[in-house]
Design a protein around this ligand. Structure first.
Ligand code: ABU
Length: 859
């Protein structure tokens, strides 16, 4: 390999003596005598050649500088009587080694009039120090924007354009392809850090979002992973070529290449950079993998070769220069015929022109100094005057070189066009040029995208609303609709038959209220299933309110009606026996109770809606791949919720209130489980219905709260529970009544009155007569009871005086004899009645008169 030919020791090498070739134009006669030290102008050269990382552009730049040196020294009208002599060594693109090379150049005689340097890191070190020796530094291969700082580098010039010249081109391309989101991956070197700072500013100006900025020292794997995490699609990569190979291999492994990604790399790598040195650098990818990963990437680079066929200051065109350089490189052992170029081949014209710049500047300085009676040969590192003259001469140097028009800006920068290339089928294809100064993009429309379309700058995230599955909703809606129809039918049945005892004795108004509540609950089932599939977000707000109202009011009406029945049964069953005759339904009490429950409900709901109204809240879920496999799109599932700010507080209040009513209803149902009251004939069925509601509420409410993020499960659970409760309640309370009515379709005798006149007049009269007789008998019984009381009183008094008879009672049973006055014959049941007296066998010989009533079985 040619690089091995270069010395890596710190001793300076005489460039002229190590030059292996002699160009055809070279003639001994034109050369100044080599042994005449007075006629030699010494310059120092620092070339990165044989290092492991960074930019080893000295491999091609050093031969180019040698060519330039020959050409300059051969030029008669230049540096008349003088020849340039280059003392050079390898810096390996290591700033420390570069500094060492510089110190050797400076501390070993002769005085060097100027320094040439390549590689940003070395140039930075050298240029920062060189000012202390009043030395101008000319960098042929340093792109760092940091080098444009005149305060830090007051004596620096460069033929290499600043890396910032790529940034307007990058912005232009981002805009051209409509990319407004870009990520940056950079090696942690000042050259790239300062380039990125410039790029960030320009992106901000252009309204382009920098999604992430990742940097790495030597291992890019974590940084590349982070790019994937941040969904970076358009990525600007800034690194030296060795790091670029690692990045390329890593992005292959991380699958950050292909139709969805666009990488912007630096354009000054050699054309085959992604295929070479893989084994040497331990890159864990094959050539094929590297080629796959590199396919389609874009590069931007400052044009470093004169694009026209113009004859340059050296008398050559850029093509002539290429041929000479290629020959030189071939002689150095490079396989140029097979496109195997050494590193720095792109920048070779810059090195060539840098030597010409030096020569031209020295030429001008010599002229100016000679006018002042001074000479370049008087230069020392303390001689500021000559240093300033050299600086001024370089500053004003302008010529057409093989790299293009050479001129230096006030920052010492080169002004250049940029070129855009893309790897298509493994080869770089020129897509166009961009002139920053005139904002002119010349585009050849040769770009090719892997997927056949321009990649997107981000994953397109489609928000997809999760809705209740249609078959489920249709099933529940059908059941609910059926339930509503049945409930309406039962209301009609209930009202129509309200005079029948079977209905009348079940409190038909409460039944109707219960059915209205059930209808409301069925409507709530429909409302809960009405989601974004059917309604707009605005309509959803109304549906959302309707859910709360229909369910809450429906529950209160239905359960409240049942609750009022069992409560009434409980009240009646616990009243004193003496009040039993007054037992009767007082409807207003039921209405008051229902009204009370409903009022609490309405107050709670109104307060809730006024203070903290229900809103449409969207719950989002983890991104999912679309079913049709679009790499550029992802699905973000969303679920609508109907919630307030302090939803838990309100639900707690509502559930707390309903819970108390449920618990109390459950208690009353249990208490009245075996009580049968004719006035409320369906109390046991109502109790069963209450048990069912309580159990289902206890299961459903917590389960639905837990699975609220699973729309189908939660809807199915709540809808089925509601539907089941409603149907079961209707069935328990109305099926017996319907059966009764169906069995006796014309039986109206159970009615208290006959509104439709279906009963005959005779029957009605008979009924009235029986009622009258019944009243009279009641009165008679009351009178007799009074008499019995009086007799008992007397018997008790007589018993105390005479004692008690014992005949004809069963063994062990004492007999008591009472005097019965006016006892109706035939109606008495005692077989011991004698005259106006009565003998009664009692449990105890000491029975009192009051015991008679309870010993009637022994009469
Ligand atoms: N074009 C090579 C630049 C190298 C550097 O800036 O270090």
């Amino acid at each position: 390999m040619a690089v091995s030919a270069f010395s890596t020791t710190l001793q300076t090498t005489d460039f002229a003596t190590t030059c292996p070739t002699t160009p055809a134009l070279w003639t001994e006669a034109s050369l100044p005598p080599e042994d005449d030290e007075d006629n030699v102008l010494h310059i120092g050269g620092i070339f990165p050649v044989a290092g492991e990382g960074g930019w080893q552009g000295g491999q091609a730049c050093m031969p180019a500088a040698r060519l330039a040196l020959e050409d300059v020294n051969r030029e008669k009208n230049l540096l008349r009587g003088y020849r340039l002599h280059l003392h050079s060594n390898d810096s390996e693109c290591e700033p420390g080694l570069g500094a060492s090379v510089m110190y050797n150049l400076l501390y070993f005689p002769p005085y060097k009039l100027m320094l040439l340097a390549g590689c940003s890191t070395v140039c930075t070190t050298v240029a920062e120090a060189a000012k202390m020796w009043n030395l101008v530094v000319l960098c042929y291969g340093a792109s760092s924007p940091a080098l444009s700082d005149r305060n830090r580098f007051p004596t620096l010039f460069r033929t290499h354009p600043s890396a910032t010249v790529h940034n307007p081109t990058r912005i232009k391309l981002l805009q051209k392809f409509g990319w407004s989101r870009v990520a940056i991956l950079q090696q942690a070197e000042e050259v790239f850090i300062s380039t990125v700072e410039d790029l960030e500013g320009r992106c901000k100006e252009a309204g382009i979002e920098i999604v992430t900025r990742q940097s790495f020292l030597s291992d890019p794997s974590d940084a590349v992973k982070n790019l994937r995490r941040q969904d970076a699609r358009i990525i600007v990569g800034l690194f030296y070529v060795v790091a670029a190979r690692r990045v390329l291999c890593e992005l292959y492994h991380q699958k950050l290449y292909g139709q969805s990604y666009v990488w912007f790399f630096i354009g000054w790598y050699e054309d085959d950079w992604f295929e070479i040195n893989l084994e040497k650098e331990n890159i864990p990818c094959t050539k094929e993998q590297m080629r796959m990963a590199a396919e389609g990437h874009l590069t931007t680079e400052a044009l470093m070769w004169n694009q026209n066929n113009d004859t340059t200051i050296s008398g050559m065109t850029a093509e002539d220069f290429r041929k000479r350089l290629n020959k030189l490189l071939k002689d150095d052992g490079y396989d140029i015929d097979n496109n195997r170029y050494p590193e720095g081949y792109q920048e070779a014209p810059l090195a060539y022109d840098a030597v010409w710049s030096v020569a031209l500047a020295f030429n001008r300085t010599m002229e100016r100094l000679s006018k002042l009676g001074n000479s370049l040969k008087n230069f020392t590192y303390e001689n500021k005057e000559i240093a300033d003259e050299i600086y001024a001469s370089v500053n004003s140097t302008q010529f057409l070189g093989v790299s293009g028009y050479v001129a230096f800006s006030s920052q010492g920068d080169r002004i250049a066009l940029t070129q855009i290339e893309q790897v298509i089928d493994g080869k770089y294809v020129k897509l166009g040029y961009y002139d920053t100064q005139s904002d002119n993009l010349t585009w050849r429309n040769l770009e090719r995208w892997i997927g056949g379309k321009v990649p997107q700058d981000r994953t397109i995230i489609r928000n997809v609303l999760r809705t209740v599955s249609l078959p489920l909703f249709i099933s529940m809606a059908t059941l609910s609709a059926l339930g509503i129809v049945i409930a309406i039918g039962l209301i009609v049945f209930n009202v129509y038959n309200r005079h029948r005892r079977v209905i009348y004795s079940s409190h038909p108004t409460a039944n109707t209220i219960m059915l209205v509540g059930i209808i409301s609950c069925f409507l709530a089932v429909l409302c809960i299933g009405l989601d974004g599939r059917f309604v707009t977000p605005w309509q959803f707000l109304i549906v959302c309110q309707a859910r709360a109202w229909t369910m809450s009011i429906g529950f209160t009406l239905a359960f409240g009606a049942m609750f009022s029945k069992v409560w009434r049964v409980h009240r009646l069953s616990t009243k004193a026996k003496a009040d039993q005759g007054k037992k009767k339904i007082e409807p207003w009490k039921l209405y008051v109770m229902l009204g009370g429950l409903l009022s609490v409900d309405i107050i709670l709901l109104v307060t809730w809606q006024v203070i903290d109204p229900l809103r449409r809240r969207i719950e989002t879920f983890a991104l999912e791949l679309p079913p049709y496999g679009d790499e550029d799109a992802m699905i973000r599932p969303e679920l609508e919720h109907c919630e307030s700010e302090r939803n838990r507080l309100w639900l707690g209040l509502i559930y707390g209130y309903k819970g108390v009513v449920l618990a109390f209803g459950l208690f009353l149902s249990y208490e009245t489980r075996s009580i049968k009251i004719k006035l409320i004939n369906d109390s046991r069925y109502v109790g069963m219905s209450i048990y069912n509601i309580v159990v289902l509420c206890l299961i459903t409410v917590p389960v639905v709260m837990v699975i609220s993020s699973q729309q189908d499960a939660s809807y199915a659970f709540s809808a089925l529970a509601t539907i089941f409760c409603c149907f079961l309640s209707m069935a328990l309370i109305f099926v017996p009544k319907v059966i009764e009515v169906i069995r006796h379709p014309r039986d109206k005798s159970e009615s208290r009155y006959n509104p439709d006149g279906a009963v005959s007049k005779e029957e009605e009269e008979k009924y009235q007569k029986l009622l009258t007789e019944n009243d009279e008998l009641q009165k008679l019984i009351a009178a007799k009871e009074e008499k019995i009381q009086a007799i008992k009183q007397k018997l008790a008094e007589r018993d105390a005086l005479k004692g008690t008879g014992t005949s004809r009672c069963r063994q062990g049973q004492p007999k008591q004899s009472f005097i019965v006055a006016d006892y109706p014959t035939g109606e008495g049941t005692s077989d011991s009645a004698i005259g106006g007296g009565i003998s009664i066998c009692t449990k105890s010989s000491r029975a009192s008169a009051s015991d008679v009533e309870f010993s009637e079985t022994y009469l």
